[in-house]
Design a protein around this ligand. Structure first.
Ligand SMILES: Cc1cc2nc3c(=O)[nH]c(=O)nc-3n(C[C@H](O)[C@H](O)[C@H](O)COP(=O)(O)OP(=O)(O)OC[C@H]3O[C@@H](n4cnc5c(N)ncnc54)[C@H](O)[C@@H]3O)c2cc1C
Length: 380
């Protein structure tokens, strides 16, 4: 971590920084990188004892473990791809996840391999006809997620590959979930198992922490350091401006109410076998299996060793203090966020940035691009 001044909490600097950045995830680090490149000084604090936020990876022997679930970098932005590759080397990982329905294994995203296994059809025309016939069973405006999904992919794909997974994800039956949660269910009539359509895709060979460490070069970084209580009270004595990448309602002490999230519980296990499931990501799409996915980390960045690490993912209700994973974009939360956003807009010396502050699911490439844009505006 060359150039990084890693410090621990309790050692408060007296001279002023241009920016105090709360959060050493991709948003905070991207902002810091832009600001430092423009000759500004930054202090970055994070309550975690590590950098990179949700993208944090830790090595167990030669295996890079994605602590908070599969993190696959993909983008259609050439310049961004060039930028991240200039910071650290990426491999050529292609995400081709599998779906496991009671032991029957299907390719994702839904494509000709999936349809061949499901119905024995091998020509696109036959698969299209099968789906069209099943979609037609759903008439009228879909009233819930089940009807919406059937109207998009038909009964068979819905029952085996969508229903159980979605019900586990949201903790409710699909008939009780609103239709808008699923707007699209991509269906491909080619034998293409590449999940993402972006032209660039890969995983940093040395892990995401190295990528983020490179972005943080030139900034002072204090880990295990919360914004509360000291920095909340005193940040104006530390820096001219504040960049907050934590939860926006938390910043405002939840004075309008609490924004809701879904969380994911991760259970990792070391197995003394070289290969557990033969693929990095396997979705478990039946309702009975309690987890939604198993990640086998060594397949993200293939290494030759006689053990493996797998992580089971269990979606769960979010409780305050837990890792906030997915936003709940219903009417209440959308309106509440809008009210917080207006309060944020009134603060001249505080900048809100990142998935927690913007209450929005963002992929890593989107987070970097938005943080860069927000930094550009702040620096102009
Ligand atoms: C399960 C899951 C899988 C994902 N997989 C992918 C994927 O495959 N590809 C992809 O592109 N994206 C993926 N993402 C999205 C990706 O994780 C985010 O885009 C990215 O990590 C967001 O960066 P961020 O800096 O905005 O937030 P975070 O990474 O959450 O960073 C915010 C940081 O702020 C710190 N912080 C917050 N409040 C305080 C406070 N009060 N005091 C001090 N520090 C504080 C936190 O500790 C944290 O380190 C996934 C997300 C989830 C939930």
């Amino acid at each position: 971590m060359t150039g990084m001044n890693m410090k621990t909490s309790g050692n408060h600097k007296t001279s002023k920084y241009d920016f105090l950045i709360v959060g050493a995830g991709l948003a905070g680090a991207s902002f810091a990188h832009k600001a430092v490149s423009a000759g500004k000084t930054c202090l970055v604090i994070d309550r975690n004892p590590y950098i990179a936020g949700l993208a944090h990876t830790e090595f167990v022997g030669p295996i890079a473990v994605h602590t908070f679930g599969a993190h696959i970098f993909h983008t259609n932005d050439d310049e961004l791809w060039h930028y991240v590759n200039g910071l650290t080397e990426f491999n050529n990982f292609i995400n081709s996840p599998m779906a496991n329905y009671r032991g029957e294994v299907y390719n994702l995203p839904f494509n000709m391999n999936t349809f061949n296994k499901m119905w024995g059809t091998w020509r696109p025309e036959d698969a299209q006809a099968k789906i069209a016939e099943q979609r037609a069973a759903q008439t009228g405006e879909p009233r819930n997620l089940e009807e919406q999904a059937i109207s998009l992919v038909g009964e068979d794909v819905y029952r085996k590959l969508v229903q159980g997974y979605t019900e586990k994800q949201w903790g409710r039956d699909c008939t009780e979930l609103p239709a808008f949660i699923i707007r699209r269910l991509p269906v491909r009539f080619t034998y293409d198992n590449n999940y993402f359509t972006d032209p660039h895709q890969g995983i940093p060979r040395a892990g995401y922490d190295v990528l983020v460490a490179r972005m943080l070069e030139g900034s002072d970084v204090k880990l295990s350091t919360d914004f509360d209580p000291w920095y909340r009270e005193n940040w104006r004595s530390v820096a001219d401006r504040l960049v907050f990448t934590g939860q926006i309602d938390h910043f405002f002490r939840q004075e309008l109410g609490m924004l809701e999230w879904r969380t994911v519980r991760f259970e990792s296990e070391r197995l003394e076998i070289p290969n557990y499931q033969g693929v990095a990501v396997m979705n478990f799409t039946d309702r009975e299996t309690p987890w939604t996915r198993i990640i086998e980390h060594k397949h993200f960045n293939p290494v030759d060793c006689d053990f493996t690490i797998v992580t089971r993912e269990y979606p769960a209700e979010w409780q305050p203090g837990e890792q906030a994973a997915y936003t709940v974009n219903d009417e209440r939360n959308t309106q509440l966020y809008e009210r917080y956003r207006k309060m944020a807009a009134d603060l001249n010396d505080v900048i809100f940035c990142g998935r927690l502050a913007e209450y929005k699911y963002l992929n890593m490439d989107q987070v970097i691009l938005r943080a860069q844009e927000i930094a550009r505006q702040a620096l102009s």
